[in-house]
Design a binder for this molecule. Structure first.
Ligand SMILES: Nc1ncnc2c1ncn2[C@@H]1O[C@H](COP(=O)(O)OP(=O)(O)OP(=O)(O)O)[C@@H](O)[C@H]1O
Ligand SMILES: *[C@@H]1O[C@H](CO)[C@@H](O)[C@H](O)[C@H]1NC(C)=O
Ligand SMILES: *[C@@H]1O[C@H](CO)[C@@H](O)[C@H](O)[C@H]1NC(C)=O
Length: 362
């Protein structure tokens, strides 16, 4: 079996948020007190973990999700939709209350998506996941994913996963309560654009990536996604190459960006060799730097970027389980995310593994 063939029976366990998304596209964003009409409408399952695992499932992984919904109509539709996408919801907690939901306004002019989230009630309590349920949830699991929500439950899962040497991937969207403890157990971090600097207080994204690898000894790589500007990845080199060249991380990033060929619409990746990367006042790590480009989506095909980060992460989880190298993983994840941007909602446009647009990767 080649490393890129279908990772048979690859199970990913996720813990994090689910919701019902109420998406409305508007011709242009309203002013306070305006009354306007939507130009299109969709009600569908959402939440970072729900979306990312739906993506992973469509790509061929076997996902299990730990989260909580209420036993109301919305909770039922959240579960049914996940199940119909092949996500195992048997570890969900269902309790009397209100399920989480999100109003999302998609501005067809600026392509922004504004989210108003209402958390579910009552919140998940870590003791709701019994020890025996935890053990069965982790049985046979190849990778664990957290979106940073339900942090007390996530930490319990993380500790057990670490004990069993199961790698952990975390979606670091913003600073959240309990996230630092989770990050300490994390092998792979995928961050939103603002997170690395917010978390490290470093003066630039590249120096913040160096800082993250220095502060988090278990971290193998960190990726920061930058919307239509693609992504940057810093991978730690394990076999410390003592004679690697030392270079300022900013200079290296600039030299990689200069090698970018902007004539390509399809996502690409430019990588450095193993280098001692230094960041002024922060320190030095030995590793490789990667610049991934996003797909250039024609304006008339770009519909809604809701969940682009989740799609990207679902594809990264797949790529790691399939043993894909970073040079291929980053364009693959960008391609999957770009498919998602061509339809309204976080899940509508998520591709299945038979999608011809993924043929060169799978
Ligand atoms: N306008 C776009 N055109 C092409 N690709 C895009 C666009 N927006 C996002 N993507 C792809 O999706 C990836 C993730 O997007 P982004 O950095 O916006 O994530 P995010 O802010 O975490 O998104 P979300 O919170 O909505 O899930 C990008 O690296 C890129 O590959
Ligand atoms: C968005 O705007 C374009 C033209 O700018 C139009 O063709 C399209 O139908 C609009 N989509 C929605 C959902 O409003
Ligand atoms: C993370 O781990 C390091 C050492 O392994 C420790 O010093 C630090 O306090 C931990 N941080 C958190 C938030 O647990």
């Amino acid at each position: 079996m080649s490393s890129e063939s279908l990772p048979q029976q690859r199970i990913v366990l996720g813990c994090g948020s689910v919701a019902v998304d109420f998406l409305a596209t508007v011709a242009s964003y309203p002013n306070p007190d305006d009354k306007i009409r939507s130009t299109s409408l969709k009600v569908q399952g959402g939440g970072n973990a729900g979306n990312a695992l739906t993506c992973a499932s469509r790509l061929g992984l076997i996902p299990r999700l730990i989260s909580k919904v209420a036993n109301d109509g919305q909770g039922k539709s959240i579960l049914e939709e996940l199940e119909s996408d092949g996500v195992d919801t048997s570890f969900f907690i269902v309790e009397e209350g209100n399920s989480p939901f999100t109003y999302i306004i998609v501005d067809n002019q600026t392509k922004t998506r504004t989210c108003i989230h209402t958390p579910g009630y009552p919140p998940m309590r870590p003791e709701e996941l019994s020890q025996s349920r935890l053990f069965s949830a982790l049985d046979g699991v190849n990778m664990v994913y957290f979106d940073g929500r339900l942090h007390e439950t996530a930490l319990i899962i993380a500790k057990e996963a670490a004990r069993k040497n199961i790698p952990i991937l975390v979606d670091a969207e913003r600073k959240r309560e309990g996230l630092d403890y989770l990050l300490n157990f994390t092998s792979y971090a995928v961050c939103s654009a603002k997170f690395p600097q917010a978390w490290t207080e470093a003066p630039s994204i590249p120096s913040a990536l160096v800082s993250m690898l220095l502060r988090l000894p278990n971290l193998k790589f960190v990726i920061v996604t930058l919307g239509e500007d693609g992504c940057i990845m810093l991978e730690r080199s394990v076999n410390g190459v003592s004679d690697a060249e030392e270079m300022d991380v900013h200079s290296l990033l600039e030299s990689l960006k200069q090698r970018k060929d902007d004539s390509h619409a399809i996502p690409t990746c430019i990588s450095s060799v193993v280098t001692k990367l230094s960041a002024n006042g922060i320190g030095t790590v030995t590793g490789r730097l990667f610049v991934g480009t996003a797909e250039k989506i024609p304006p008339n095909e770009l519909v809604d970027t809701t969940g682009a980060g989740d799609a990207f992460i679902g594809a990264v989880v797949y790529a790691l389980c399939a043993g894909m190298p970073p040079e291929k993983m980053l364009p693959f994840a960008a391609q999957v995310a770009a498919c998602g941007c061509r339809a309204l909602g976080a899940r509508t446009g998520l591709p299945h593994r038979t999608d011809p647009r993924l043929a060169t990767f799978l």
